[in-house]
Design a protein around this ligand. Sequence first.
Ligand SMILES: [Zn+2]
Length: 317
Amino acid sequence: MKSRLRSSLRVSALVLASLAALNVLAPTARAADTARQKKGGGIDWNERAAPWGKLRNVAPDAQKKSGFKLFDNVHYVGLQTVAAYLITTSDGLVLLDAAYANTTDLLLENIRQAGFDPKAIKYIIVSHAHGDHFAGAGTFVQLSGARVIMSELDWDETERRQAGGLPTNGLRLKRDLVVRDGETMKIGDTPFTFYVTPGHTAGALTTVYPVKDRDRTYRAVSPGGLGFNFGPEWTEPYVRSFERLKALGPFDTVLPNHAYMGPRDLFDVESDLAKRGAGWHPAAYGPQRINAWIDQILNAARQKQDYERQHPEPAGK
Ligand SMILES: [Zn+2]
């Protein structure tokens, strides 16, 4: 009985396999099957579970976004999707992320419109080794001689990517400043503390620094990488990094590396700032709200993790 059941199961498996080979299975079943074979189950975890939802896709020629003063020492100089922050210190300007290779003109325009000379950029912090954050850096280096800061692992990845010579990876960067986990670098009057928070990339670099608003100073965090577009092998490190990030708090505000990925959309913050008057800073979320936001991220990451445990990838992939 048992063996007959087993053999009939084997037969139906064979039938299914040949049906699949003939492409006669229902399209949804086929799609699900193909999806499972892809990294991360082929599921868009940003869309399914992340607090920011589906990744926003904007064509390069629609990326223009006017800059704005976010804090007394921070200007948003980035794009519609990818953030870039210009931080003023007593020893020159710091650019946190440099966006794409072909959008540097937009950043430069925002920097100049804010009243700054791009040649005064002394440091560029790269949050992680994806082209929408590092590829513009080379142009700034050429222009101002800025020093580039990355984690060791993401320098490795940047070099790997740029070795291909693809123009989308920008002007070739020379390995420059390598920061270690927990290291603080004082630039003029402003201390920047770095944490290597793997997940989104192997060496995603989280930066913690003070931002000023009127007579207050807030503790800001810019997470190294947020999006869930990574394979199953990085889900556990991602979870650990965000557990750690929570423990590194309390934080007063979040400056995410994509404008829509923080506790609030930064462009909503921008419009609230314009009508703020004597009120509270609209991005001074406070530790409670930020921890709730981190919990949402952790919850999404654990859903991804559970799924991946239940649907392990075939060996040898
Ligand atoms: Zn990325």
